[in-house]
Each structure stands twice: as C-alpha cells, then as structure tokens.
Design a protein around this ligand. Structure first.
Ligand SMILES: [Zn+2]
Length: 78
C-alpha cells in the first residue's frame, strides 16, 4: 500500500488516501472531492472541477494522470 495526500493529487487538504495502485488513489481522491463538495466544502470545488475537466479533455488530462502515476511509483511502500 502507498499513501498520497489530497494535496499531492491537486486538492487543498492533507487527507491521506491509500491504495495498491495509482488508479485506486486517483479514484479515492475523486470520491473524496465529490463528498467534500456535496457536504458544502467550497475549498474542494476547484479541485473537483479540475478532476472532472481531466476526463472531458483526455489529452491534457493524460499529462496529469501520467505525472500522478509516476509520483505514486516513486513513493515508498507503507
Ligand atoms: Zn481534500
């Protein structure tokens, strides 16, 4: 398992997200952003917009996805 924070994934807080794969932490971050905004947390709104924009614009979103995967790969195992 590895840990990335909301901040490392483009968000505003230090919540830790854990997973075996980069895809898992990216999905956990996606859920976390949606939940935070649904609960009225305005600080996560722009990060959620960025995340949703990435799926709509696969070309520019892919750069972020690759960078995140690389950052995840370089992290030490927990
Ligand atoms: Zn957060």
């Amino acid at each position: 398992m590895k840990t990335m924070t909301c901040k490392q994934l483009g968000g505003p807080c230090d919540l830790e997200l854990r997973g075996e794969k980069a895809d898992e932490v990216i999905q956990a971050q996606d859920r976390h952003l949606k939940e935070a905004v649904a609960n009225g947390d305005a600080t996560h709104e722009s990060a959620l917009k960025d995340m949703q924009g990435r799926w709509k614009k696969p070309i520019s979103g892919l750069g972020w996805y690759r960078a995140t995967k690389k950052a995840f790969k370089e992290l030490p195992e927990d």
